[in-house]
Design a binder for this molecule. Structure first.
Ligand code: HEM
Length: 477
């Protein structure tokens, strides 16, 4: 990817941060953190306790990360001369994402995908990020998203034609979500071979994405078979997307796809955006949007198969809305049960396992002092099943919280699309897409059975159910 070298940051989590106290002994390090704790429960891991934590993480990452919420609001892991801070307290997370937003940039997780996404919206920081969000908002604004509903519906209907009997619903929904993204980003002329190329390489990249964020940077440069495959997949995915862009027949004012929208935008120099910048955004949006929505939908099918009465109620609500002439869109006010059910899926089965940030200067959250260069993580997945805010924990129960999924006690604990200036730019698109997929699927088939290969989830780029072996029966239209 040309131009990438200029955008790749030299800073790495595994190198000592600038402002950290240099090489403190274990005792002074502990004292230093307890001085900064500002009354928060802080747990520290270094030496033997760090080794125990790593062993537990390696054995069962989901159980270990969930357990962190039960023991403290802040966990600090000291490895390779650097502190990694994991926040479990929702109020501290909110302060980081909203009130102190200017003191944080994207962190180590995002550094690891720069080879692929360049300096697109997922990785850009500061003024550059704000510039990109302004023009991306043209594509993701409400009216534009509504304009994409017809295209999304067409894609789902044509894919659904083949659904009957036994189906892997996880694979099917990933394919549908990916086709929707492909059509709305490139337009309908994206040919099957190009689509398959992008789909195939994206799957390889996502498979090892999570693991690559937690291993040291030097390890990723060792030419192991897995590292070589991942690097090849990133390069091929990027090339496949650039090839798809080049086959785009050109922007006209009536075209709504993302490539067309970006071709109508001027860059900071007053010239059209470069092909490189357009490619960075297409890859960013594909990476951020394809997996999240598909994973949430796959979990939903498991829940709906297990509760046939809920499935019937939902089917009925959606059919009644259609009969009243309600059009698909990003606001689900006319389909309150659907809103409730999807919100509960995004709570109990939140797809995103972990999100990372890095302090760009000395700062504090809730009075807890964080030196510049500190890597900070939080887990939306674990936060959404924290028993303090959500007494029902990981169980799926659409009636357990408010209609929007917010617990009454602490609204900010529910943040499926993030908060602050970096919240999900695709949120409206995601609500509409989920409505269309659920609406069309339930109108066409009954999901009789659906079993996830990993009923408790498996953490890859998102917390996936694995294959969902399902039986679906076609309904008379
Ligand atoms: C249910 C589905 C989805 C969920 C749960 C979700 C969740 C999120 C979250 C939590 C963030 C914030 C990440 C951070 O703070 O670092 C985010 C960012 C983002 N999402 Fe989504 N998302 C979903 C669907 C989508 C879709 C469908 C698209 C595009 C079509 C999309 C595009 C993006 C992009 C581009 C960003 C980066 C925004 C930025 O850094 O300014 N997402 N998403």
């Amino acid at each position: 990817m040309s131009g990438m070298a200029g955008t790749r940051r030299s800073f790495s989590f595994y190198r000592a941060a600038r402002a950290l106290p240099a090489r403190l002994s274990g005792t002074s390090w502990r004292k230093d953190w307890s001085d900064r704790a500002a009354g928060h429960r802080v747990r520290l891991y270094r030496g033997a306790s760090l080794t125990r934590a790593v062993v537990r993480l390696a054995r069962d990452p989901l159980a270990y990360v969930a357990s962190l919420n039960d023991t403290a609001g802040v966990h600090v892991f000291h490895a390779f001369g650097q502190d990694l801070v994991h926040l479990t307290d929702a109020l501290l997370v909110k302060e980081m994402l909203v009130d102190r937003r200017g003191d944080f940039e994207k962190g180590v997780f995002f550094d690891r995908v720069r080879r692929l996404v360049g300096n697109g919206v997922v990785t850009a920081n500061g003024a550059e990020h704000r510039r990109q969000r302004v023009y991306l908002d043209r594509f993701f604004k409400r009216e534009h998203v509504i304009g994409l509903a017809g295209l999304m519906t067409e894609v789902v209907r044509s894919d659904l034609a083949g659904w009957d009997g036994t189906v892997d619903l996880d694979a099917a929904l990933h394919r549908v979500a990916f086709k929707i993204l492909g059509a709305t980003m490139f337009g309908t002329e994206l040919d099957a071979a190009k689509f398959d190329g992008i789909h195939e390489w994206l799957a390889v990249v996502l498979e090892s994405a999570m693991l690559r964020t937690v291993v040291p940077g030097w390890y990723l440069r060792v030419p192991t078979k897995k590292n070589r495959l991942h690097d090849t997949a990133m390069d091929r995915l990027r090339s496949a997307i650039v090839a798809a862009m080049q086959s785009h027949s050109g922007a006209t004012s009536d075209r709504l796809d993302l490539v067309s929208v970006m071709r109508s935008v001027d860059g900071p120099d007053g010239k059209p955006l470069s092909s490189e910048e357009i490619a960075d955004q297409i890859v960013s949006v594909t990476l951020a949007g394809a997996e999240t929505a598909a994973t949430a939908l796959a979990w939903l099918t498991v829940e709906l198969a297990g509760d046939q009465a809920l499935q019937d109620d939902l089917r009925e609500e959606l059919a009644a809305a259609r009969a009243r002439g309600v059009e698909y869109g990003p606001d689900l006010a006319e389909t309150p049960l659907l809103k409730r059910v999807l919100s509960e899926v995004l709570r109990s089965r939140q797809p995103i396992f972990a999100i990372s940030r890095r302090t760009i200067r000395d700062t504090s959250v809730g009075g807890l002092v964080l030196p510049g260069g500190t890597e900070v993580l939080y887990s939306p997945w674990a936060m959404h099943r924290d028993h303090v805010n959500f007494p029902i924990g990981p169980s799926f129960d659409p009636w357990s919280s408010g209609a929007s999924g917010c617990p009454i006690s602490q609204e900010t604990a529910f943040m499926p699309f993030g908060l602050g200036p970096r919240h999900c730019v695709g949120e409206r698109y995601a609500w509409q897409m989920m409505w269309i997929v659920v609406g069309e699927v339930l109108a066409a088939v009954r999901i009789e059975e659906a079993r996830a290969r990993y009923p408790h989830g498996r953490p890859l780029a998102t917390v996936i159910p694995g294959a969902v072996d399902a039986t679906v029966r076609r309904l008379a239209r």
